[in-house]
Design a protein around this ligand. Structure first.
Ligand SMILES: [Cu+2]
Length: 491
């Protein structure tokens, strides 16, 4: 059966439960465009974010119990502008204590939304969040210690796009939902009835929770979108709890224009991007070259229909279509990409006056497990930590002087981990002992860590006190909940 016959035959078929519990569909459904709250033109009153519980059908035909922000699942895309102060009003209606962290924002610890800024059920948290940084894709998610993984998985996550004068006047696509799409990629597990599942076992804590079904903006992949002829921009967030995703295109290379903290110096072409949980990348796709194209995602392994779909879309058995782009006849953005996207000087390691070292510990020792439990981490039987210490809400691990440039170097005992630092963007000097790939040489707040040193050059320009410290942690959310996290002040 060729691809066209397969899709024709399959388009009349309903959803298919795949091998095991994986769900898939043969014919792509429309890409859900996440509703946008755009305040770049001005803010009227406070920006209300209601954390809610609800039900959401991911496409299995059955409602799943979910959390959301102003919606039943996930939050709106917030579009804001550099120079604004965002008067948020975050009300907790999910029936359990939580927090809301602004991942990627350069803001003081007291409004960072980390584990110390708990919002009790029924209460409202009203931080004024100053946006001082450049155009970038950021996000928000629960950071309730011990519950971050489950609450975020259940839907307490959203996207925050910062624009600035340069990004608004730049010659790149920026019409939301037309030639500029925000994609939230997640992996999910569904039970036999089609309801979202989250089951923790010892093994899950060790590997982090992974689902067997890819979801794009809350809909089971593949999804499809019609696009005009020209350049199309995808702003992509890996919002998986634990899964690294490899992105590629069905036809042609990816053109990467931005990473976590903003635009690259100039566009980078690459065959694939390895994206950890928490990372963001923006890419451009030229739709003039083919009638259809697809953003392909690899889980590292694929089974059943996902593998079959992958082979139909030319991705081999190892990757499958997340988003199918179907070109319309009308012309869209036809400008050519500017040679320079941002002024980004080379990362200068000689600017650093202090080097700090962090070893990520994967347990094994009874002492670590005992301390992890004693200090309120949530692990199952094991324990995790950094430099031999599981997270302790009452302990400050590092004290940084405001305005100092530092080198932080991180390595792990075992496994590949995504390491995140609050309150900053940094530059990667080395990743697992090697020079970072070209698309990871811009502003970042996530770095991949394995057994060799990963080094980042970082400066902290905002205060974080003993009562409202910043976090640094593994962004495999089950590892974070289990104690692979530490706290630091800036003053
Ligand atoms: Cu980890």
């Amino acid at each position: 059966m060729n691809r066209r016959d397969f899709l024709a035959a399959a388009s009349s078929a309903a959803l298919l439960p795949l091998s095991g519990t994986a769900w898939g569909q043969a014919a792509p459904r429309p890409l859900p465009i996440i509703p946008i709250t755009d305040v770049t033109g001005g803010i009227d009153g406070r920006i209300k974010l209601d954390l809610r519980s609800g039900t959401h059908d991911f496409g299995t035909g059955t409602g799943s119990a979910t959390f959301g922000i102003n919606h039943s699942y996930l939050g709106p895309v917030l579009r804001v502008k550099q120079g604004q102060t965002l008067p948020f009003e975050v009300t907790n209606r999910i029936g359990e204590v939580t927090t809301l962290h602004w991942h990627g924002l350069h803001i003081p610890g007291v409004v960072d939304g980390g584990p110390h800024q708990e919002i009790e059920p029924g209460q409202t948290w009203s931080p004024d969040v100053p946006i001082v940084q450049h155009a970038s894709m950021n996000w928000l998610h629960s950071h309730m210690h011990g519950k971050t993984a489950r609450q975020t998985y259940t839907g307490l996550a959203g996207v925050l796009l910062i624009e600035d004068d340069a990004s608004q006047s730049a010659d790149i696509p920026n019409t939301y939902g037309v030639d500029d799409f925000t994609l939230v990629l997640q992996d999910k597990m569904f039970n036999g009835s089609g309801q979202m599942d989250y089951v923790l076992t010892g093994e899950v804590f060790e590997e982090g929770f992974t689902g067997d079904t890819l979801v794009v903006n809350g809909a089971i992949a593949p999804v499809a979108q019609s696009v005009p002829q020209g350049l199309v921009r995808l702003r992509i967030l890996n919002a998986c709890n634990a899964r690294f995703l490899t992105l590629s295109l069905q036809t042609g290379p990816l053109t990467v224009i931005a990473s976590d903290g903003g635009f690259l110096a100039s566009a980078v072409q690459t065959d694939s991007i390895l994206m950890s949980p928490g990372e963001r990348y923006e890419v451009l796709i030229d739709t003039r070259t083919t009638d259809t194209n697809a953003l392909m995602v690899s889980f590292g392994e694929a089974e059943g229909l996902m593998a079959f779909m992958g082979s139909l879309f030319g991705g081999g058995s190892n990757s499958f279509p997340a988003l199918v782009l179907n070109r319309r006849t009308e012309t869209g953005f036809t400008g050519s990409l500017p040679d320079r996207l941002a002024n980004l000087s080379p990362a200068d390691r000689t600017a650093a006056t202090i080097t700090r070292s962090f070893q990520l510990n994967m347990g094994g020792s009874e002492e670590l497990a005992t301390l992890a439990t004693l200090w309120g981490n949530v692990c199952g039987d094991g324990g995790m930590g950094i430099n031999g210490q599981p997270m302790n809400m009452d302990r400050i691990d590092e004290r940084v002087r405001k305005g100092d440039t530092e080198i932080w170097r991180i390595a792990s005992d075992d496994q590949l981990h995504p390491f995140h630092i609050h309150g900053c963007s940094f530059r990667i000097l080395s990743q697992n002992g090697a020079e970072p790939t070209a698309y990871a040489q811009g502003w970042k707040d996530m770095v991949h860590v394995e057994n060799e040193w990963s080094e980042v050059l970082v400066r902290f320009d905002h205060p974080a006190t003993n009562d409202a410290p910043y976090m640094y942690h593994c962004h495999i959310l089950e590892h974070e909940d289990c104690g692979m996290m530490g706290q630091f002040t800036v003053g």
